[in-house]
Design a protein around this ligand. Structure first.
Ligand SMILES: NC(=O)c1ccc[n+]([C@@H]2O[C@H](COP(=O)([O-])OP(=O)(O)OC[C@H]3O[C@@H](n4cnc5c(N)ncnc54)[C@H](OP(=O)(O)O)[C@@H]3O)[C@@H](O)[C@H]2O)c1
Length: 432
């Protein structure tokens, strides 16, 4: 894959850029990450990224940042360059990219272009054809960037704009902390605005990275996509679910019109992701906040970050998780607009025989492991066992009994497999 994939240059390599770089590097693709605080990218450098100092406020630095690479794919992930006129940073970055024959230029924009939603409450769905908020100053910052990019696109550069909903995900490394509502819920700073009735769209970081990579490969010139998961919902649904999930009380409510500050400006929307799926063939591994938050749980408890190789995108190899609860994911009014969710792919490691499940998932041993017992062999004396599948017999008070699947057998019982069997072994300490 790395042979025919172009090198990737990431202008502004923060949370999204770091996860994107991790994914590309796992596939052996050359990554050049360009930021001002290069020390924050030491973990990426250790993974093999080229880390390059660049200040987007000095536009002459874009060209050198692209030097020596053949037809790079450029991802522009700088939130804004206040020292330059609106649109100028992106225009200069895209112009420099065109000059070196870049194979594409992806601009990470925001669904903030659709304006504020707390002023006039709306249940409307948003897509690429929805009108943007030209009277909103913050929306105009993004729209100026988009317009600058589209004008450079007229000269032949393949430009792609992704208008992102709220990104959430786990901590990525020592310098890139988790994103989302968890921390604010835990510190009591999360509020449900206007009773939590506003809608929000989210996107789990690993799905976003897949989308960026697929867009880099397949998106046509001058394309634009809104990016959110399959299950936008009211803030109250998400906030209360997550609080309960974390064992916290419901978050407090607040009136947006009586508060001031950036947090009470609501830019939540229901983003319709049909075009992304139709044109790019994207299928989400985390179609709602439930799958994403459960994946964050696992990582908070010590599971490794998935490698996120592109091969995982094309041919998911992990099994469908049976453990994810399936209550309704969208409100009734949303249902007709939401495509049936694709299968949920487990982000967790697959249990291996004789491996402590605690070590596998939680880092501390739990003394529980799956065992494969071949026909006519005897399980080690000592642990208690549960017969999970196959057939086995046990000696109880000197008599041999057949064990139905699901039987729990006390410690120090002789258990013999009658056919290949799977047992759950339970010991006070980790089984060896
Ligand atoms: N997070 C969200 O929920 C969300 C939602 C919608 C859209 N977006 C957009 O998606 C993009 C990526 O988001 P993110 O969460 O990854 O952002 P982030 O974590 O804040 O990362 C931004 C990166 O840009 C770099 N940067 C900032 N100013 C720069 C400059 N003048 N020159 C060079 N590098 C500069 C920063 O590093 P240095 O400061 O070291 O240079 C950092 O590496 C941003 O444009 C963001 O606005 C994010």
């Amino acid at each position: 894959m790395s042979h025919d994939h172009p090198p990737v240059v990431i202008f502004g390599c923060g949370y999204v850029g770091t996860r994107l770089a991790q994914s590309l590097l796992a596939d052996g693709i050359t990554v050049r990450a360009c930021v001002r605080r290069v020390s924050l990218l030491e973990p990426l450098r250790a993974l093999g990224a080229e880390v390059h100092y660049m200040d987007g406020a000095r536009p002459h630095q874009y060209g050198p940042a692209l030097g020596g690479l053949t037809r790079p794919l450029v991802v522009y992930s700088i939130p804004g360059v206040p020292d330059l006129p609106q649109g100028e940073g992106v225009r200069r970055a895209a112009t420099a990219s065109g000059r070196v024959g870049a194979s594409g230029f992806i601009y990470l924009s925001s669904s903030a272009v659709y304006g504020r939603s707390e002023l006039t409450f709306t249940e409307d769905w948003i897509d690429e054809d929805s009108s943007v908020a030209t009277s909103d100053a913050d929306a105009m910052l993004r729209l100026s960037d988009e317009a600058a990019l589209q004008s450079v696109g007229q000269t032949g550069l393949r430009t792609i704009i992704l208008r992102l909903g709220a990104i959430y995900g786990p901590a990525l490394d020592a310098h890139h902390a988790a994103r989302g509502a968890r921390q604010r819920l835990r510190t009591g700073q999360y509020k449900l605005w206007d009773g939590g009735r506003h809608f929000f769209s989210r996107i789990y970081i690993d799905d976003l990275v897949r989308i960026i990579r697929i867009a880099g490969e397949k998106a046509p010139p001058s394309s634009l996509y809104v990016v959110g998961d399959d299950s936008p919902c009211r803030q109250s649904e998400y906030g209360k679910w997550l609080a309960a999930h974390l064992g916290l009380p419901d978050p407090p409510e607040a009136d947006a019109s009586r508060s001031s500050g950036p947090r009470n400006i609501i830019r939540g929307r229901r983003l319709r992701n049909d075009k992304l799926k139709r044109e790019l063939g994207v299928s989400l591994h985390y179609p709602s906040y439930r799958e994403g938050e459960l994946a964050i749980d696992a990582i908070e408890q010590g599971a490794p970050l998935p490698k996120l190789r592109l091969s995982d995108v094309a041919e998911p190899t992990q099994s469908v998780s049976p453990a994810i609860p399936a209550p309704p994911l969208v409100t009734e009014s949303a249902t007709e607009n939401v495509a049936p969710p694709p299968p949920v792919v487990s982000p967790w490691p697959k249990a291996a025989f004789a491996e402590d499940l605690g070590t596998l998932l939680f880092s501390a041993p739990r003394g529980v492991a799956l065992l494969h017992l071949r026909k006519d062999t005897q399980a080690a004396l000592g642990p208690a066992y549960v017969l999970v599948s196959g057939s086995a017999r046990a000696v109880v008070s000197g008599r041999t009994v057949d064990l139905p699947v699901g039987s729990a057998v006390p410690a120090d019982t002789v258990v013999t497999a009658e056919s290949d069997a799977v047992l759950l072994a339970l010991t006070a300490t980790a089984p060896t």
